[in-house]
Design a protein around this ligand. Structure first.
Ligand SMILES: NC(=O)c1ccc[n+]([C@@H]2O[C@H](COP(=O)([O-])OP(=O)(O)OC[C@H]3O[C@@H](n4cnc5c(N)ncnc54)[C@H](OP(=O)(O)O)[C@@H]3O)[C@@H](O)[C@H]2O)c1
Length: 256
């Protein structure tokens, strides 16, 4: 068996309308997976699904708001109806509240970021686990998209960095508790890659100095995540659970 193969795997990806999720859908489909793409902007989801199908992939787009339990139920139900039990769920949806400190955010910012980045991962994990049990699946796989801000951050990322710190911790606690259901739970913790989440920082005046602080002297490219993603999504990681794969050009090793 080719260890990084995804043939016959059904993979559900949240936040697949842009950025990482959009890119992941192609990487996973090219490796043989059937992919289910969820997000709120259905025009973008439908456009991506059309591209994937045109390239020969089996893909489905479903409207999803990860802050809403009913929406999560409908997402996983639609995925199962289309392709059968879900083998891998990728909790990728995430938002920033802008460049704000703890003194600048208000309760609405806090709730927006925490519900999207953190509470959603728990709701999805619980709902997915219920389905794995109900379907008598032999196993399952959850990948949380955390961030190096889980351990190392800069001023002005207040609720975002807090949410990612907790998401990494959640990954470890879920791994502990989900093993009895045969479900593995790991996290991918990317450094900085230009998307709508990081644009404010990476297009700011201070960006060159910031990038200089990365040992590899560059921000990441989407393709830098492909190998680690395929590792976590495939049976190549069959003895990995509770792991956090950092993909950051050495950023968290630097003190500046
Ligand atoms: N870019 C980076 O440097 C970086 C580094 C480390 C980690 N990350 C993480 O990577 C993940 C993807 O972010 P990105 O950088 O690719 O930014 P992005 O292009 O803004 O993607 C964020 C995705 O999340 C979706 N989303 C937001 N709220 C949602 C909700 N309530 N329900 C469903 N989907 C929702 C968005 O879709 P809709 O708006 O259509 O719903 C969009 O598809 C995030 O978790 C982010 O924290 C990013």
């Amino acid at each position: 068996m080719e260890p990084f193969q995804l043939a016959n795997k059904n993979i559900a990806i949240t936040g697949a309308s842009s950025g990482f999720g959009h890119h992941f859908s192609g990487v996973l489909a090219r490796a043989g997976a059937r992919v289910v793409l969820g997000a709120r902007r259905m025009d973008k989801i439908e456009a991506r699904v059309a591209e994937l199908r045109a390239a020969g992939a089996e893909a489905l787009g479903v409207s999803l708001d990860v802050r809403n339990q009913d929406s999560i139920d409908d997402f996983l139900e639609a995925a199962e109806q289309a392709f059968g039990p879900v083998d891998v769920v990728i909790n990728n949806a995430g938002v920033q509240a802008g460049a704000k400190t703890y003194m600048m955010i208000d309760e609405a910012d806090w709730d927006f970021v925490m519900e999207t980045n953190l509470k959603s991962a728990w709701l999805m994990a619980k709902t997915y686990t219920e389905r794995v049990i109900k379907n008598a699946q032999t196993g399952g796989n959850i990948i949380n998209i955390s961030s190096i801000t889980d351990t190392r951050t800069i001023k002005g990322q207040f609720p975002y960095a807090v949410s990612k710190g907790a998401l990494t911790r959640m990954t470890q606690v879920l791994a502990l508790e989900a093993a009895k259901y045969g479900i593995r739970v790991n996290a991918l913790a990317p450094g900085y890659i230009l998307t709508d989440v990081s644009r404010l920082l990476l297009e700011s005046e201070g960006a060159p100095e910031f990038v200089n602080g990365i040992p590899m002297r560059r921000v990441g490219e989407f393709s830098d995540l492909d190998g680690p993603l395929l590792l976590l999504a495939s049976d190549a990681s069959s003895y990995m659970t509770g792991s956090v794969l950092v993909v950051d050009g050495g950023h968290i090793c630097a003190s500046l």
